[in-house]
Design a protein around this ligand. Structure first.
Ligand code: A2P
Length: 272
């Protein structure tokens, strides 16, 4: 790692590792004692596709710790937004959860990820299935006009243990509906299904159970999953990915990649 000096007039003047940008925190919102989101400035050189992640870290110390975070803000936004869990003894999140406006954040310039529109073959309906902080890449995709150009119907499902953990998803949907670029289209095309597993709410149950019992499709008033019409993106824990992969593979869906687009794609929710 080759340290580069940054502008010495910056009050956070520190060494920025090569390939990194130093951004400034512009807002922080705590949703529960386990979940928060934050926004940062965005250098014009940071480009990404909706659904991708970047490596982020905190400056200071000889070797900053970096973790992968999906960018939740849309590609055209002049700031960046991230959604994070707080792990009390987590190497990064134990410190990250204390960040405040004006603090610095290191972001590696190179973005990557699989839950992007180009890894799916054309289809009619897009399902974005998430648990916990796995909603993050879909928050960006739900605000991308291309999502609505490619698909006639878009469904975002978000499953958490408790009702309070669903709040960020409601906030995302509200910001999609009031978005000048996609708001009107999203009101007719985007459905949001929020479910809980350890507390009663309007819809209770794991997404795997809701798919297998067909309850998801009766809520949406649409046909069951089929690989001709439906494309599926998954982001959550390893266990969720494994179970949904089995369900989809049994229905004839094929996993996509950058090399070979398919009818479903997966991304792990990174920090845990
Ligand atoms: P559950 O409460 O039944 O375990 P976590 O916070 O552990 O990452 O879980 C987030 C959500 O994902 C919880 O609602 C949890 O349900 C659900 N979940 C965990 N594992 C699976 C799985 N294998 N299939 C479907 N949902 C899962």
């Amino acid at each position: 790692m080759q340290p580069n000096p940054v502008n010495s007039s910056d009050k956070h003047s520190l060494l920025v590792p090569e390939g990194c940008l130093q951004e400034t925190i512009t807002s922080v919102k705590h949703y529960t004692d386990r979940l928060f989101s934050f926004r940062t400035t965005r250098s014009p050189t940071l480009r990404f596709q909706s659904g991708e992640f970047v490596m982020i870290g905190l400056p200071g110390g000889s070797k900053p710790i970096f973790r992968a975070y999906s960018i939740t803000s849309p590609t055209w936004d002049e700031e960046l937004e991230f959604y994070s869990i707080k792990v009390p003894d987590g190497p990064l999140t134990s410190k990250l959860q204390k960040i405040q406006i004006g603090d610095s954040l290191l972001i590696r310039k190179k973005s990557s990820g699989t839950v992007v529109l180009s890894t799916l073959t054309p289809g009619r309906n897009l399902y974005m299935l998430s648990t916990g902080t796995g909603i993050a890449p879909f928050a960006s995709l739900a605000r991308d006009p291309e999502t609505y150009t490619r698909f006639k119907r878009v469904v975002l499902t978000h499953t958490c243990r408790q009702k309070a953990e669903l709040e960020y998803g409601y906030h995302v949907i509200e910001s999609v509906h009031t978005d000048p670029l996609v708001g009107e289209e999203a009101k007719s095309k985007l459905s949001h299904v929020a479910t809980t597993t350890q507390e009663d709410s309007a819809v209770s149950g794991r997404i795997t159970n809701l798919v297998q019992s067909k309850k998801l499709f009766s809520i949406l008033n649409c046909p069951e999953f089929n690989p001709e019409d439906d494309r599926v993106m998954i982001c959550g824990s390893m266990a969720l990915i494994k179970d949904l992969k089995t369900i989809l593979s049994n229905l004839g869906f094929k996993e996509g990649s950058h090399r070979e687009p398919g009818t479903f794609v997966v991304e792990r929710a990174f920090v845990d």
